[in-house]
Design a protein around this ligand. Structure first.
Ligand SMILES: [Zn+2]
Length: 150
């Protein structure tokens, strides 16, 4: 009988009833799990909380309480909120990096009208140069002509 007690009943030094609320979630082979939760929430609060929940949610609730209690013991001021806010910060940083990379990618993926404009500009410049050249030539001729005339 004594060897069949769950971790909670062992810890609380009481008989473990067949319908013990703790027994499925706090097995005897992990006494630390119950000690942790008891230290933070108190055994009766843990029992009440488990009792109020539908049976299919109790395992998750016990797991969550254990996790939160561990965090609270490690960090008495912030508990698991410290981890949550750290993760939120990381999410925020990564989201900004992602937005920046997406913006850079969008710029790189844009059809590049600038290049074709540059192409037009270049050919227009060449055209201008040709015109200037021919004007200069004709100017030269006219100067020669006029100098010849004078
Ligand atoms: Zn028990």
């Amino acid at each position: 009988m004594i060897s069949g007690r769950c971790a909670a009943c062992k810890y609380l030094r009481r008989r473990c009833a067949s319908d013990c609320i703790f027994s499925p979630y706090f097995p005897a082979n992990n006494p630390q799990r119950f000690a942790c939760v008891h230290k933070i929430y108190g055994a009766s609060n843990v029992g009440k909380l488990l009792q109020q929940l539908p049976e299919d949610l109790r395992a998750k609730a016990a797991e969550s309480m254990y996790y939160e209690a561990q965090c609270r013991i490690k960090d008495p001021v912030y508990g698991c909120v410290a981890i949550i806010s750290l993760l939120h910060q990381q999410i925020h940083i990564l989201e900004s990096q992602l937005a920046k990379s997406r913006a850079e990618l969008a710029v790189l993926m844009m059809p590049q009208p600038e290049e074709s404009e540059i192409g037009h500009e270049t050919s227009f410049n060449n055209f201008l140069l040709e015109q200037v050249g021919s004007v200069a030539h004709s100017g030269q001729y006219s100067i020669q002509d006029s100098s010849g005339f004078m």
